[in-house]
Design a binder for this molecule. Structure first.
Ligand code: ABN
Length: 172
C-alpha cells in the first residue's frame, strides 16, 4: 500500500509536469501585485504613520496628557482622569456657568482652534492629571486673559473638581 509520502510525491510530480516555471513566476508576480494594490485599502490603524509623516509629536495627540494640543491653555485637572471624559463632567459635578477660552494649534491639520475650558464643580478637587499650560495667558491683573481662576465661583457650589475642553471654532 502506498504511503502518504508516496501520494504526495506523485501529486507533486503531476503538478510539476503540468506547470511551467514561467507560469509559477507569473502567478507569484500577480499575487504580489494584488497585495500591493489591496494593502492600502485594508482597515488598518495608520495614525502612527500619519503622525510620523506629519512630524507631530505623539504627546500632542494624546488626550490624557497635558501636552495634548487642545490643552494648550488649560490650568486645572483633566476630567478624563477623574471619572469624566475630555468633554464631559464626572458624575455628581455640575458644569461651571463661566469658562475660559484659549487659541491652540493642531499640528496635524496645522490650523488654530478656539478652545473653551469649563470647570466641573460641586465636588472637592480630583487631584489627578494636573496641568498648567498657559499659551496666551496674561498675569492676574489682566483679568480677562488670566486662566488661574476657579470658574466654579459663579455656581451654587463653588468647589472645583476638574476641567473639560471643547473646540468652539476654527480660526482663519
Ligand atoms: N480653572 C481651574 C482652576 C480652578 C481652581 C484654581 C485655579 C484654576
Amino acid at each position: 500500500m502506498a504511503s502518504f509520502d508516496d501520494h504526495l510525491e506523485i501529486a507533486a510530480r503531476r503538478l510539476a509536469m503540468m506547470t511551467s516555471r514561467r507560469s509559477v513566476l507569473s502567478r507569484i508576480g500577480k499575487a504580489l501585485l494584488g497585495a500591493a494594490v489591496l494593502a492600502p485599502l485594508l482597515p488598518i490603524d495608520r495614525t502612527h504613520r500619519a503622525l510620523a509623516a506629519s512630524a507631530v509629536d505623539e504627546n500632542e495627540m494624546d488626550p490624557l496628557k497635558c501636552t495634548y494640543w487642545k490643552h494648550c491653555a488649560l490650568d486645572g485637572m483633566l476630567c478624563a482622569c477623574c471619572g469624566g471624559s475630555g468633554h464631559e463632567c464626572p458624575p455628581g459635578t455640575t458644569v461651571s456657568s463661566v469658562s475660559w477660552v484659549g487659541t491652540c494649534h493642531n499640528g496635524m491639520d496645522k490650523k488654530n482652534y478656539l478652545v473653551s475650558y469649563t470647570d466641573c464643580c460641586g465636588r472637592s478637587s480630583c487631584g489627578e492629571c494636573m496641568c498648567n499650560s498657559n499659551v496666551g495667558e496674561r498675569p492676574g491683573y489682566v483679568m480677562g486673559r488670566h486662566n488661574d481662576i476657579n470658574w466654579c465661583v459663579a455656581n451654587a457650589d463653588s468647589a472645583y473638581h476638574c476641567t473639560v475642553t471643547l473646540v468652539v471654532g476654527v480660526m482663519d
